[in-house]
Design a protein around this ligand. Structure first.
Ligand code: VGL
Ligand code: ZN
Length: 203
């Protein structure tokens, strides 16, 4: 990887307890990335964190839909949505960052998924593909040109954040050994292909 400079920002996606072993929506090996992410963050002067941040009863929770079970797909007004176990409920321990995450110089935390009726995998845009989080404008105003991504989960929030970074005109690179995937029905292999096709660098 080229050295990071003032055009570079590191985006650490959803390094939260619920995505780690023992959490409500555990990503296999999710906690293993923490030391790698901390090391990576030391190479970046500029770091942004994202935090999945759902109200109780969020529409992406299977528990919000009688008769539905986690990992089923359901048609929402904005399109197909995988239903998840309740996770990352606002201000609960599961929504907190992993205790080993050590990035004191992170400048911004982008919370997403806080609207009860829309899920948001991407740090840039909610799953209706039209409600912006404001991150693209922030990054442009700060003068960043290249977004390096790591975190959880490779095949959901990292994937959509990387694709949207490209769509917003940024160069994007995903550091795969600082990510772990959920792999729902082959979603991990598809994610790698989609990112490659969109011009996302994979290292
Ligand atoms: C995520 C599923 C639901 C993620 C968030 O961070 O990848 N996945 N909410
Ligand atoms: Zn979520």
């Amino acid at each position: 990887m080229q050295p990071a400079n003032d055009r570079d920002v590191l985006l650490v996606v959803d390094a939260q307890n619920d995505f780690c072993p023992g959490g409500a929506l555990a990503v296999p090996g999710g906690d293993e990335i923490v030391p790698t992410v901390n090391r990576l963050a030391r190479d970046f002067a500029h770091v942004v964190l994202t935090q999945d941040w759902h109200p109780a009863g969020h529409t992406s929770f299977a528990s919000a839909h009688p008769g539905k079970t986690p990992f089923e797909t359901m048609e929402m007004p904005y399109g197909a949505q995988i239903l998840w176990p309740d996770h990352c409920v606002q201000a609960t321990p599961g929504a907190a960052f992993h205790r080993g995450l050590d990035i004191p110089h992170a400048a911004l935390i982008v919370r997403k998924g806080f609207r009860a009726a829309i899920d948001s995998y991407s740090a840039f845009q909610e799953n209706d593909r039209k409600t912006p989080t404001g991150l693209a404008s922030y990054l442009r105003e700060r003068g960043f040109e290249r977004v390096t991504l790591c975190g959880l989960a490779t095949d959901f929030c990292v994937l959509y954040s990387a694709l949207d970074a490209r769509a917003a005109g940024f160069a994007a690179t995903v550091v795969l050994d600082a990510c772990r995937g959920l792999d729902v029905d082959g979603s991990l292999a598809r994610a790698i292909e989609e990112m490659r096709a969109a011009g996302v660098g994979l290292v």
